[in-house]
Design a protein. Structure first.
Length: 570
């Protein structure tokens, strides 16, 4: 009788892979890491229900029960979950819930985060301006070079004595910012910092991550080579005459949905701003600290970076409140920020850590700052992360103050995670909500690095599962992954290349109800923030991509991969 039952169970498991899956369950559609917390979310009707998990041989490996269902105000739904964390061996599994007519398949894979993180990082190669994207590195997504940016015009708003309006400069390279072909210092700032900080914390692990880029054969880590592409572009955005930094490099208006090489309009550098110059100073200082430990060529670049950073700071002292104001003839992205106290804190912190000079240290005033999850207009927390990680000039007192504030933020995020029906830290849905989720992951991992408390890892890991499908939309927001994956990004390359599937490794912005006039409110059909999303090209508010959303995703995924690998080796 027992043998017959096992045989029937195995046969059912094999044959029923053809069973049509429904969207009643929300889970990581790609693969859980063996060490992950693993939740499969289910409708209210399955609260306090028994469930079991079968392995690929049809063997029962877990029997448990779901908790009582709980409401999530952001989705307007009530859900429960099956906690399958106890299942940890690599393989394919099947979840059977009492009363549910459908089975739920999921996977566990020790290499899942390494592959996912590699694709997320590879997206920056795919976003390089100026150079061709080669078939041997990009496959079907190879494309011609676009935007040489060797004759970029000085916009009237950026003109000065030595660089008059309509004169030209060379500013090639860097990454396209988002779904458009602009290059923006403010957004490049937090993006480049996030990747630098990841490398600073986990250098040995990152040296093993191969993204198959043109520089992969040299002795420098691929992530660092990719950072250098944007760092060198950023250096070209500083006016050598006064140290100020241009806010952005774009055409006067967005082009249509065309490939980069077809966008041949004049490109301009626009305004110098205090925010851009502070962000520049911060990133160059961080880069200088890291590059000085690399090969001789990069050590020379480190010296160039710190000189550029100090010149930028001098400009900010002379121009402390130059805010970005969009010129009448420019309609591209603004990245305007009306409060730049956080940028100054960040820049001063990074400059102090790079130089040890008291002039910068005295500008580090914790009490004047309100620290929050980082994003492009809130960057002071990045200074805390650098103080936490540094072991050179950062005083013990400053380091303690930074750590206390990071832990306070992380504990708040953990409470949100623990209390949320969907086990996720986010409780607001602004534009780029998925980027916010992943920045939570980055903060939580930094808290783990300090304290070694696994609760922070659990909450950070949940951020990954959320964007991979464990959300009320049952949507995998990373291109190339999941069964119900995002397909129709607001991205000019993906829309114009004639290829059905978008470039893999791109994180969609995610749900928000802040703007619904891009596609029309009737398309969204709801004002519930966690449900306000459509997978359509028209939805720049919910389905665009951006370098500053991918970077914390890379941080969270590859940092967890590094941490889990280290735990395995102990």
């Amino acid at each position: 009788m027992f043998k017959s039952f096992v045989y029937i169970t195995v046969l059912y498991f094999v044959l029923s892979h053809a069973v049509v899956q429904i969207q009643a369950q929300h889970l990581n559609q790609y693969a859980y890491h063996p060490q992950s917390v693993k939740h499969v979310f289910l409708p209210k009707a399955f609260g306090e229900a028994s469930f079991k998990v079968l392995n690929g041989k049809g063997e029962e490996v877990l029997v448990s029960e779901t908790p009582k269902a709980k409401a999530w105000e952001f989705s307007g739904t009530e859900v429960t979950y099956a906690d399958v964390t106890e299942v940890s061996a690599d393989g394919s599994y099947r979840l059977l819930v009492d009363g549910m007519k459908h089975v739920i398949d999921f996977k566990i894979d020790n290499k899942a985060y390494n592959r996912l993180g590699t694709d997320l990082l590879k997206s920056y190669y795919m976003a390089r301006a100026t150079e061709p994207i080669l078939e041997k590195h990009a496959g079907i997504y190879a494309r011609q070079a676009g935007h040489p940016d060797d004759k970029v015009k000085i916009h009237t708003s950026a003109a000065g004595k030595n660089r008059p309006a309509e004169s030209t400069i060379s500013s090639p390279g860097g990454w396209y910012d988002a779904g458009d072909y602009g290059k923006y210092i403010v957004n490049s700032g937090i993006t480049t910092y996030t990747l630098l900080h990841l490398y600073e914390l986990f250098p040995e692990h990152l040296k093993t991550v191969n993204t198959n880029i043109p520089e992969s054969s040299d002795k420098t880590a691929d992530i660092l080579n990719e950072i250098l592409v944007n760092l060198r572009w950023m250096l070209s955005m500083q006016d050598p005459n006064d140290g100020g930094v241009y806010h952005k490099l774009t055409t006067k208006s967005f082009c249509g949905m065309i490939m980069p090489h077809k966008d041949t309009g004049d490109r301009y550098v626009v305004m110098k701003t205090t925010a851009a110059t502070c962000d520049f100073a911060a990133v160059m200082s961080k880069a200088a600290r890291i590059l000085k430990h690399e090969n001789k060529g990069l050590q020379s670049l480190a010296q160039q970076c710190i000189k550029a950073a100090e010149r930028a700071w001098e400009w900010t002292l002379a121009n402390p409140n130059i805010m970005y104001v969009q010129p009448e003839d420019i309609t591209t992205g603004q990245y305007d920020d009306k409060n730049i106290a956080d940028e100054k804190f960040w820049a001063a912190t990074e400059l102090f850590l790079a130089t040890g000079k008291k002039a910068y240290k005295k500008e580090i005033n914790f009490e004047e700052q309100k620290f929050m999850r980082p994003e492009w207009r809130r960057v002071n927390t990045l200074g805390l992360l650098s103080l936490m990680a540094d072991n050179t000039y950062g005083s013990k007192l400053n380091k303690q103050q930074a750590q206390q504030r990071i832990i306070k933020l992380a504990n708040k995020l953990y409470r949100h995670y623990n209390e949320s029906a969907y086990k996720i830290s986010i409780n607001k849905f602004p534009w780029g909500s998925n980027g916010e989720v992943m920045n939570d992951g980055m903060l939580l991992i930094n808290a783990y690095v300090m304290r070694g408390d696994d609760k922070y890892l659990h909450a950070a890991d949940a951020c990954i599962s959320y964007v991979l499908g464990a959300n009320p939309l049952n949507k995998c927001f990373v291109t190339g992954y999941g069964t119900n994956r995002v397909m129709f990004l607001h991205d000019r390359r993906c829309d114009a290349d004639g290829i059905e599937a978008p470039i893999p490794g791109l994180l969609s912005g995610g749900p928000t109800n802040t703007v619904q006039n891009d596609c029309g409110s009737e398309i969204y059909g709801t004002k519930l923030p966690a449900m306000s999303y459509v997978d359509k090209v028209c939805s720049y508010s919910t389905n665009e991509v951006a370098i500053n959303w991918n970077s914390p995703a890379i941080f969270t995924v590859l940092a967890l991969d590094a941490i889990y690998s280290n735990k395995n080796n102990k």
